[in-house]
Design a protein around this ligand. Structure first.
Ligand SMILES: Nc1ncnc2c1ncn2[C@@H]1O[C@H](COP(=O)(O)OP(=O)(O)O)[C@@H](O)[C@H]1O
Ligand SMILES: [Mg+2]
Length: 337
């Protein structure tokens, strides 16, 4: 049994009057210890596929098994637990801007109930792993893109995951920084025995670090195998195009569709930052703060925030439930902000 088994996975999105088939009957096996590349043009279905691995996207048809466990059979609680075995990093880093580097790394540990002192010890080890031990007191705005991604990697490793999913993690970085992040990922794969899935639109990323690759075109798996083999003798048109890096459009910094927006209001003395941090960590998905404002309402300062929710009905409902559960009023927003 492979560590990650994707079996006949189909994902459809209902959009207005039509159906988008984002993934069409995909089957893939990813072995323990692989650095597995998933490559395709923009819109091919890569993010949907990687989000299906940790069940942030629920398949329309088919199954995902992690270590032999069918993700579709788990309760919400079990699913959340299973997700702590799966770290994730993104193109847009998703750091908490108001927290220092070390506090960003400590955050998931503290959420998991680890004592602050112990969390800091662990976070320091992780910062060493990613070569940032001298930046623990810095804030994200003081870091370069490569350094930010290193912090995100340290944070993703904090929960001791067995699998690390990287969605266009180097797409916003220059070639030299990309190379250093990729070599860090390779180190982590070898030294910590973590299986890595790398989503990219760049063949150069795949050839640098991956041992295996799957090519996705228009929601379909068109070719799969060892990197050298596909590099030497690509069979599909999609593989040939990607190898020639012809027509490869640069994917813009991950723009959330923000298909669903909500508004929450805070009291003057309640802090919103831990709330947003919790949401990001709990759901391992980017939440866009579209607007944040403080207003004087009847003599009292009230904070208002409009959030763009990540895609996926299940996460959206989960986030709304969580925010309502901690006593915030959530209002759907259907106008542009
Ligand atoms: N939540 C969603 N609702 C509707 N369509 C979506 C949603 N998420 C992705 N899609 C569509 O599915 C297809 C694949 O998207 P995606 O997985 O983001 O591709 P990639 O990551 O390869 O660029 C695209 O046509 C995209 O517009
Ligand atoms: Mg994508």
């Amino acid at each position: 049994m492979s560590e990650i088994e994707i079996r006949n996975l189909t994902k459809k999105f209902e959009v207005k009057e039509h159906t988008v088939v984002a993934l069409d009957n995909i089957s893939l096996s990813i072995e323990k210890g692989d650095i597995f590349g998933i490559i395709g043009m923009s819109g091919a279905g890569k993010s949907t596929l990687v989000r299906s691995i940790n069940y942030l996207e629920e398949p329309t048809e088919g199954r995902v098994l992690i270590d032999g466990v069918d993700m579709g059979t788990l309760s919400h609680r079990e699913l959340r637990e299973k997700r702590s075995d799966i770290g994730m990093i993104f193109q847009s880093f998703n750091l908490l801007e108001q927290k220092s580097v070390i506090d960003n790394v400590c955050f998931p540990l503290e959420i998991a109930g680890i004592r602050r002192r112990d969390a800091r010890i662990r976070a320091r080890e992780l910062l060493k792993t990613v070569n940032l031990e001298d930046k623990e007191k810095a804030y994200p705005s003081q870091l370069s893109g490569g350094q930010k991604q290193r912090v995100a990697i340290a944070r993703a490793l904090a929960s001791d995951p067995k699998i690390l999913l990287c969605d266009e993690a180097t797409s916003a970085l220059d070639p030299q920084t990309t190379e250093s992040i990729l070599s860090l990922l390779k180190d982590i794969n070898e030294k910590m025995n973590i299986t890595i899935v790398i989503i990219t639109h760049q063949m150069s990323v795949v050839t640098q670090v991956c041992n295996k690759v799957a090519i996705i075109d228009n929601g379909r798996l068109v070719e799969e195998g060892p990197v050298e083999k596909i590099f030497e003798s690509p069979e599909s048109d999609a593989a040939r195009e990607l190898i020639l890096e012809k027509n490869v459009r640069y994917t813009p910094v991950e723009q959330l569709h923000a298909s669903r927006r909500i508004r929450i209001v805070f009291n003057e003395n309640s802090s919103y930052e831990p709330v947003i941090s919790n949401v990001i960590l709990k759901y391992q998905a980017p939440v866009n703060i579209l607007k944040a404002d403080t207003r004087n309402v009847g003599g009292r300062a009230r904070g208002e925030m409009i959030l763009g929710l990540p895609d996926g009905r299940e996460i959206q409902e989960g986030i709304i439930e969580y925010l309502s559960g901690i006593g915030l009023t959530v209002t759907e927003v259907d106008y542009d902000v």
